[in-house]
Design a protein around this ligand. Structure first.
Ligand SMILES: Cc1cc2nc3c(=O)[nH]c(=O)nc-3n(C[C@H](O)[C@H](O)[C@H](O)COP(=O)(O)O)c2cc1C
Length: 173
């Protein structure tokens, strides 16, 4: 495995965290990495809600069926998209831009020795509705996903799920 690409393979979904806080500097680095992501026509439609209040994280963890570990994480970052800002006001562009921002956050977490895991929100309507209600989101703001972040209390081996069957060269046949 090449040394230069190690960071990518080391990034794994980490769902157990120590109690240690994530420093303000680290949080800012995560957000800077997110906003360095590619974005169609550089419209940067991604928006973020930093959840550093344990009460907020606990409530969201209860609202989402997939979120119990968010309660134990010292930090949550929700990635949202602004349809009014997206290229051509298009949801697909918005989703692609936000996905790139999410991956940058996950890699920046790994680079800083943190562990992180995504909690899916979009496209599950029941989850979108709950998040929308709780944060009183305007109609043009779409919650995409939540990233739980903390100092890791579990270790996972680096890996790629490389499968040569997924790859074709120069043709689909
Ligand atoms: C769109 C998306 C939604 C996900 N939602 C959840 C989730 O709700 N809960 C969870 O524990 N993991 C979630 N994951 C993490 C995946 O389960 C994880 O990335 C996958 O099993 C591969 O493992 P790895 O991240 O360690 O490589 C999500 C990942 C993606 C890309």
């Amino acid at each position: 495995m090449s040394k230069e690409l190690e960071l990518i393979f080391k990034r794994r979904s980490i769902r157990k965290y120590t109690g240690e806080k994530v420093s303000a500097e680290m949080v800012e680095n995560l957000l800077k990495a997110a906003m360095a992501a590619p974005s169609a026509c550089a419209k940067d439609p991604f928006r973020f809600i930093v959840m550093d209040d344990p009460a907020v994280r606990a409530t969201i963890a209860e609202l989402l069926p997939n979120g119990p570990f968010l309660k134990d994480a010292p930090l949550g970052i929700m990635v949202l998209g602004d349809l009014d800002a997206a290229h051509m006001n298009n949801e697909s562009y918005l989703l692609q831009d936000c996905s790139a921002a999410v991956e940058n956050i996950l890699l920046a977490a790994e680079a800083q020795g943190l562990g992180a895991c995504l909690l899916g929100v979009h496209p599950r309507q029941e989850r979108i509705v709950k998040i929308r209600e709780y944060f009183k989101l305007p109609e043009h703001i779409l919650p995409i996903s939540i990233i739980a972040v903390g100092h890791p209390a579990e270790h996972k081996e680096p890996r790629s799920r490389f499968n040569p069957d997924y790859v074709k060269y120069n043709t689909w046949e």
